[in-house]
Design a protein around this ligand. Structure first.
Ligand SMILES: [Ca+2]
Length: 251
């Protein structure tokens, strides 16, 4: 395991556990596909919450995939990305391949080159999906997304690139061109009050257990870095001294 105390601005092919004050930069340079692979897998789950800070550099030509969970029988068991239409950025979530399994949400204020905190929740019980930008719900809840379809265990989680096979099948156009920090995954649906404090949770300190994912925790989960991912210090979370309820917080 690499300590980040002496690992600033370093690119490596190594096993890492990011610190709360570490951001990861994904920047494609031919022929590499920078990405992080989670060391571990997911259990069977019927509810999920994914939260993260992201700053993407450009939307045209890139779908800015943040999270991809692939199994051998479905490379899109979970995938979340962005899409631009007529200059408006949509956040996309798919749980399982197939029709009726995709949520599309427009959050006003999602723009390049700004740190933005994004959270989505999904429940198999109702198929409900909700998106939040900077702790504030983006729009009405979408329903019937993979209702009664569990997310199954044994697959691989990749951050920063979409998998079309387990641990592979990457396309340049389906990568994140930007930076990622403080990503957490829970096996339950957090409520609005819990989500509202995530962007201002003071670097998600260890004492702030509520803001640490129980399936993936940015500060303790281990990842393997591939193909030009680089790690940098960030004071992003140190600036979280207030609740942010504007559409685009000026971090
Ligand atoms: Ca895929």
């Amino acid at each position: 395991m690499i300590s980040f105390v002496h690992l600033l601005f370093l690119t490596c092919f190594c096993v890492v556990s990011p610190m709360l004050t570490t951001k990861v930069r994904f920047f494609h340079q031919q022929p590499n596909i920078p990405r992080l692979t989670f060391i571990g897998t997911l259990p069977t789950v019927r509810e999920l919450t994914l939260a993260y800070w992201v700053k993407f550099y450009q939307i045209e030509g890139y779908s800015n995939n943040v999270f991809s969970y692939a199994r051998s029988d479905d490379d899109n068991e979970i995938v979340t990305w962005m899409r631009s239409e007529k200059g408006i950025v949509h956040i996309m979530l798919r749980v399982h391949t197939g029709s009726g399994n995709e949520a599309v949400v427009t959050c006003p204020g999602i723009v390049p080159d700004l740190w933005q905190h994004i959270t989505w929740t999904w429940s198999a019980n109702s198929g409900a999906v909700s998106f939040y930008l900077n702790g504030k719900r983006c729009s009405n809840t979408t329903t019937l997304v993979s209702k009664n379809k569990e997310v199954r265990p044994g697959g691989m989680v990749v951050l920063g690139a979409d998998q079309d096979s387990v641990g592979g099948g990457f396309k340049v156009t389906e990568t994140l061109q930007g930076e990622l920090a403080d990503l957490h995954l829970w096996d339950e649906v957090l409520d609005e009050d819990q989500i509202s404090i995530l962007p201002s949770s003071s670097c998600t300190r260890q004492s702030d257990l509520e803001s640490h994912g129980n399936l993936i925790d940015w500060s303790s989960s281990a990842f393997r870095a591939f193909d030009g991912v680089s790690f940098h210090p960030t004071t992003l979370c140190l600036r979280r001294t207030h609740k942010c309820h504007s559409d685009a917080c000026k971090y």
